[in-house]
Design a protein around this ligand. Structure first.
Ligand code: ACO
Length: 424
């Protein structure tokens, strides 16, 4: 299939090949806009309509609200799989056999400890340091401990860093929490499941805490729901930074930095703060009017890709029931449900196709589990780690991938002379 472009100025025509619903942006360069220039470019500052890579990992149809990892619907994975099996699927492309899964789980469990030097770094932070800041420092520090990681062309070396990343990020996240709480770190327990070990590292340590299986299962589902989401802001950061051929810990640290922002993973923290501010159902109409008037955004609503209900939000809403059965209902749930109902009936949100996203209900569960709001994005990050590292691994092996290096539209001065200070 081709696209014919006619240049009205010269009458010249150009045949551009359409493959997989795209044209190659570099094919446009044969169209010269003036005699000296580089060739026609596209302007797409937020990648609104640019396929930045080819990927076989995650499929989203945002119009209907479909999310699949390696072809398998998120609903089936949330219902039937486990976070570590999903991690294997994302990284390897296929579901594991029982022996492959056992080996994978054993490998991850074998790498959950982190070096004492990282504990020292964490202890050096102020008590009120944001856990996402500490987590970024922790993942960057992993690169100093595993210098072999720079050998990104070696599949065995890559595999070891993939395992370490998934294993250690939960330990680092728990350490950040414990530091904020002014408590000693709880060493990982290799005999517990991934989610149960994480909960134990957060809340255990004094012998009285017993992980509730239902809570661990809900945590596992939350991790599954966050595990990948194709070329979102943080994954694009991982790929872009990774394209410089840096070690994967540095690339993942870039992903964490992107996720920290309130328009991305930071939204779950912002949702809870918003719900607390609204406080009760009666205050919702005034809040909605403020949003429509442009005072602020309704956090946890809207998505660049989903123009329908985010399928993850639907599953989380259901998971709320399981967690609240153990912890008691979060009173803010009532505010959230009513806020969703009113927004979904309001013309402003309907015409813009704004629906709840993954962050709208997740904070309510996290709070019920006893997490402070600052930890919410850390939980997102732990879940997203397998996606980041699987996408990084795919990119490294993609022969089409060069260093990411966008062009620009220069809007500054033409050449001009330096003016000495005395003449300004
Ligand atoms: N509340 C109110 N209005 C909104 C919202 C919102 N949450 N989201 C979008 N809009 C409006 C915009 O004001 C704009 O209106 P206009 O056409 O009158 O100017 C229109 O909807 C389109 O919005 P854009 O900002 O162009 O959409 P974009 O795709 O760039 O943004 C985003 C997507 C960042 C997620 C946005 O919807 C948002 O800010 N949501 C709140 C933050 C949030 O929940 N982020 C989490 C996203 S999911 C994730 O990262 C895991």
């Amino acid at each position: 299939m081709t696209l014919t472009i006619t240049d009205n100025r010269t009458g010249a025509t150009y045949e551009l090949t359409i493959t997989d619903g795209t044209i190659r942006a570099t094919d446009l360069r044969q169209i010269k806009v003036d005699a000296t220039d580089f060739g026609l470019m596209t302007y797409d500052p937020a990648f609104m309509n640019t396929a930045s890579c080819r990927s076989a990992i995650t499929f989203i149809d945002g119009d209907v609200g479909i999310l699949r990892y390696r072809g398998i619907p998120i609903e089936q994975l949330a219902e039937q799989s486990t976070f570590l099996e999903v991690s294997y699927l994302l990284v390897h492309g296929e579901l594991p056999s029982q022996s492959e899964l056992d080996a994978w789980v054993g490998e991850i469990a074998g790498h959950v400890d982190v070096d004492g030097s990282i504990a020292d770094i964490f202890r050096g932070f102020r008590r009120d340091a944001h856990p996402m800041g500490m987590l970024q420092a922790g993942t960057a520090a992993l690169g100093t401990l595993h210098p072999e990681a720079v050998a990104i062309g070696d599949a065995d070396v890559r595999h070891r860093q993939i395992v370490r990343t998934i294993a250690k990020i939960a330990t680092l996240g728990a350490m950040a929490y414990r530091h904020n709480a002014g408590k000693d770190f709880v060493p990982p327990d290799r005999n517990l499941s991934y989610a149960a070990n994480f909960l134990n590292m957060l809340f255990g340590g004094d012998g009285s805490y017993q992980v509730d299986d239902r809570v661990a299962a809900a945590m596992d589902v939350l991790f599954i729901l966050h595990a990948d989401h194709e070329q979102n802001c943080s994954t694009s950061a991982v790929r872009s930074v990774g394209s410089s051929q840096v070690d994967p810990y540095s690339a993942v640290t870039a992903g964490l930095a992107a996720l920290y922002g309130p328009l991305h993973g930071g939204a779950n923290e912002a949702v809870l703060k918003m719900l607390r501010r609204i406080e009760k159902r009666g205050n919702i109409p005034a809040f909605i009017e403020g949003v429509k008037g442009g005072d602020e955004r309704l956090m946890g609503f809207g998505h660049r890709v989903y123009k329908n209900y985010d399928p993850r939000a639907r599953i989380i809403k259901k998971a709320c029931d399981d967690v609240f059965a153990v912890t008691g209902v979060n009173p803010l749930l009532e505010v959230a449900v009513e806020l969703e109902r009113i927004a979904l009936e309001d013309e402003y949100f309907v015409t813009r196709r704004l629906y709840p996203n993954v962050d709208f209900y997740s904070g309510l569960i996290y709070e019920a589990l006893g997490m402070p709001a600052e930890m919410f994005t850390v939980l997102f990050a732990i879940g997203r780690a397998p996606g980041w590292i699987a996408q990084w691994n795919e990119m490294i092996q993609d022969s089409d991938q060069k260093i990411s290096r966008p062009r620009q539209i220069y809007t500054g001065y033409d050449e001009r002379d330096y003016v000495p200070m005395s003449a300004r």
